[in-house]
Every structure is written in C-alpha cells, then in structure tokens.
Design a protein around this ligand. Structure first.
Ligand code: MG
Length: 368
C-alpha cells in the first residue's frame, strides 16, 4: 500500500464558554484546527487533526502546522502508511523537530492501519482497559468564586476531576485552590495547573500555603530546574507537562524523581507513535498520565480516547474530551462524554468520519 495524496483543511472551533484563559493572561476564543486526509492506492483514506492551544502556549502554531504539513507531504507520498516506524523516520528526516506538525499525519496513518486491519486504533495500541475513561474538566482562569461556581456546575454534569488554570498572582491562586477544593467531595481530584506561569519563589509560596489541601501542582514554572526545586520543596503530588516533550526528557525526569504524573499530549510529542512509546515507558516506570492533546475537535478526541483507553487504569490519571468544549463538530463517530467519562470507539481505525462540508475545500493538496 502506498500514500497517493495528502490534503490539509482548516477548521475554526469556537469555544462553547467563549474564552479559555490560562497563566499570564493568555487566552483563546476560537481554536484554529488543521485536519489532514491521507489517501492511499488501496482506496482507504486516513484522517488526523492537530490544534495548537493558540500560538503562545507551546512552540507550535496553526499556520506552522499547515506549512509544515506541506513540507512533509512530498516525503510521505509513495510510502506505506501502515509502516508507522518508517513513516516517522521519513518525517524526522524530512523536517527536524516540529513534532506537532507530524502529529496529524502520524494519526492519519494509524487510522489507515486500523481500517486496513479491521481493528480499532485502541486495539492496535494494546486494547481497552475497563469500560471507560474518567475525564477532567479544564477550568478557565477567573476570580476564585467564579471558578468554584464553574467547578460545581461541571461536577453536576458528572465530572470528578478538575484542572484549575492558575499561574498568576500567587495569593489569588491560593484563594482559587482553596475556594474550589471547598466545593468538592473527598474523592474528587483537583489539579492546579500553572502552565509555567509562576516564578520559583511564587510557586514555593503557593505550595506552602496549600500544604493541607488535597491538590496536585502541575507545571509550576518554566524550566525543568525550577520545577525540580519546587518538587523537592513541596509535599503535594506534582504533574509535569510542558517540559516533558520526548522520551529522553521522561527518562531524565523519572531518574530525578521529578514528578508523580506526566501530562502526555499527542501533538506535543509528535503523534500517536511517539506518544505510545512514552506511555509504555511511563507505565514501566510507574508514572501515571493525563492523556490528551493541546486542543482539537472530534478527530483529536477520538485519538485521545484510543490512547487513554489502551492505558492500564492505574496509570490513567485523566483524559480530555475536547469535542465537548467547542461548538463545531468536524467528524461523526467520535466519543461523546457521558457522566464525566468517555469510551474509545471499537470501529476500525479511529472510528470517525469527517464532516466534509465542515472541512470545506483543502488549503493544500500534494499528489504523487
Ligand atoms: Mg498542563
């Protein structure tokens, strides 16, 4: 089987809540998502999606994804898309770095492999553990009482895990954490995600002030060394996210005992192939994971569900149903949240069918 053509589409995904705000006043209202279609000479087409969290979250931006896909596509035409390691080696040879650019193409090749094999991507990634996946809800940064009200509202919808966007003035962040914890039940999971927004001294102040609160601290500071200093100071469990972006960093951080949980985002690490490597290593190392992506619509949500559902439950800290955050659906068949949980599709591939009228005309098409 060979890749015969690659197309890229742009889709706007407006946020249901209006605006999503995190550390330092960064925010997004409409997500700029890119969907790729990979055609083959077997008549099977695979689909993937990449959606950065705006241009100032990670070194990734939507226009860059599309430009990079244009650079990679000629290197993939003629390649067998079911040979995922070969596909990834080709991409890494053609374009150094830029993992997010490769993510949607890798995802589409997994979709093809599943369709050809008659198996779901979740099955190909190891098989489904348990009936469903517990989801977390990201809580946009607002004054403490408004965040507590939002958490109570989402809790009423069935969510039991919440990730507060903090990483701003430390005193207000302490108030945010305390206000939200007060509306939760003991079994509920609370994460305070600073998204690199605290200086080291601010992070240590917050960590000290919440020593008696059942809360996880996520990515307190910008650098690994700062996060490690906070980790060695606090008695709270620590999640690392932005700075754990490849296998080598995971090995280093695990060796240092730098975290209890990692946040594994599919596009941050370059696609499902590399995310699976990190997932399997994290399981072997005894490190739990939040499994998700930077953002996305139905296709990304289907890929998250496949990776999360095929992760042993003890190591599946949380996952995200991004398709419920946005007002536009870019594919049919994606997992839908029920009572704060979702389940991976058992249909071949990712189990999604793009809504072509939503995707519109391709912005880019490369043929063999
Ligand atoms: Mg995070």
């Amino acid at each position: 089987m060979k890749v015969t053509a690659i197309r890229a589409y742009q889709v706007d995904l407006p946020l249901r809540e209006g605006t999503y705000t995190w550390a330092g006043g960064k925010s997004v209202s409409t997500f700029d998502s890119t969907v790729v279609a990979v055609d083959t000479d077997a008549g099977v087409t695979g689909y993937g999606e990449v959606c950065p969290l705006g241009p100032n979250y990670l070194p990734a931006y939507a226009e860059g994804a599309r430009t990079g896909i244009g650079v990679l596509a000629p290197a993939l035409v003629g390649v067998d898309p079911t040979e995922l390691a070969v596909v990834n080696a080709r991409m890494d040879f053609a374009l150094r770095g830029h993992p997010y650019v490769k993510s949607a193409l890798d995802m589409a090749c997994w979709d093809i492999l599943g369709k050809v094999a008659g198996q779901s991507v979740a099955t190909l990634l190891g098989g489904c553990f348990g009936e469903g996946i517990a989801l977390y809800r990201a809580i946009t940064q607002l004054p403490p009482d408004e965040m507590a009200r939002n958490v109570a509202g989402y809790r009423a919808q069935g969510y039991t895990r919440f990730q507060l966007k903090v990483g701003n003035d430390p005193d207000t962040d302490i108030a945010r954490i305390r206000a939200v914890r007060a509306v939760l039940e003991p079994a509920d999971v609370l994460v305070a995600d600073a998204n690199t927004g605290w200086t080291q001294h601010a992070a240590i102040r917050v960590a000290d002030a919440v020593r008696d609160v059942d809360v996880y601290i996520e990515q307190p500071c910008a650098t690994y060394e700062q996060c490690l200093a906070v980790r060695r100071h606090t008695n709270r469990p620590v999640v690392l996210d932005e700075i754990v972006d490849d296998l080598n960093m995971l090995v280093r951080a695990a060796g240092d005992g730098a975290m209890d949980v990692i946040n594994l985002k599919i596009s941050k690490v370059g696609g499902l192939t590399k995310a699976r490597q990190m997932r399997d290593l994290a399981v072997a190392l005894g490190i739990a994971m939040t499994i998700e992506d930077t953002w996305g619509g139905d296709i990304v949500t289907a890929a998250i569900a496949a990776l999360a559902h095929s992760t042993p439950e003890a190591f599946r800290f949380s996952a995200t149903d991004f398709n419920s955050y946005v007002t536009v659906s870019n594919a049919e068949g994606a997992p839908q949240r029920v009572n704060g949980r979702m389940a991976s599709s058992r249909a071949p591939g990712l189990g999604v069918t793009p809504r072509m009228h939503v995707l519109g005309k391709p912005l880019l098409e490369v043929k063999g």
